[in-house]
Design a protein around this ligand. Sequence first.
Ligand SMILES: Cc1cc2nc3c(=O)[nH]c(=O)nc-3n(C[C@H](O)[C@H](O)[C@H](O)COP(=O)(O)O)c2cc1C
Length: 169
Amino acid sequence: MANFKDLVQIRYSCRNYSPIAIDRSIIEQLLETAHFAPSATNAQPWRVFVLNTPESLAKVRRAYNREWFATAPVVLMLCAQTTKAWTRADGKNHADIDLAILADHLTLAAADMGLATCWVCNFDAAMLSKDFNLDADCKPVVLLPLGAPATDDIPEKKRKDVSEFVEWM
Ligand SMILES: Cc1cc2nc3c(=O)[nH]c(=O)nc-3n(C[C@H](O)[C@H](O)[C@H](O)COP(=O)(O)O)c2cc1C
C-alpha cells in the first residue's frame, strides 16, 4: 500500500487501458473500500452501476464516444439521487458533492490496487438515462473507466503552485 502522499501522485487520468478483464472480486474489493466515503448527513445518495458486459459497455460508449474510453474493460457509472441527499436551508442540494467524494475515493482506492481510472463528466447524460432506463431520481454524475493501464508511464502532474490559490488570513 502506497503512503497517501505517493498515492495522490500515482493516481492520474488514464486514457489507455489494457484489454485484460478485471475480476469481479477485485471490483467488489474496490467498492468495499470506497463505500466508506463521507456524505452530508451520511445520506449516501448514490447508486453505482458496474458496466462490464458487451451490451452495457456498448451503451455507455455511445454516450461518451472516444476511442480511448472504449479501451476500458469496465466502466463505473456513478449516479446521484438528489431527493435522498441533504439540502441546505438556502436550497443547495449536496448530491453532486457527495458523488464527487465517492468518485475520489474510488479513483484513489483503484490506484492503490494498481488499477487506473479517469474521471469523465463530458458525456451525454440524457442518452445514459434513456438507454439504461434510469429513474428520474438517478442522475449520472461521473463515469469512471476502470482497468489495468496499458503502459506504466505516469504523466507528470501539472498543478498551480499552492501559493497561487491559498490565502492565510
Ligand atoms: C469533474 C471532472 C470531470 C472530468 N471530465 C473529464 C472528461 O469528460 N474527459 C476526460 O478525458 N477527462 C476528464 N477529467 C479529467 C481531467 O482532465 C484531469 O483530472 C485533469 O486534467 C488532471 O489530470 P490528472 O487527473 O491526470 O491528474 C475530469 C476531471 C474531473 C475532476
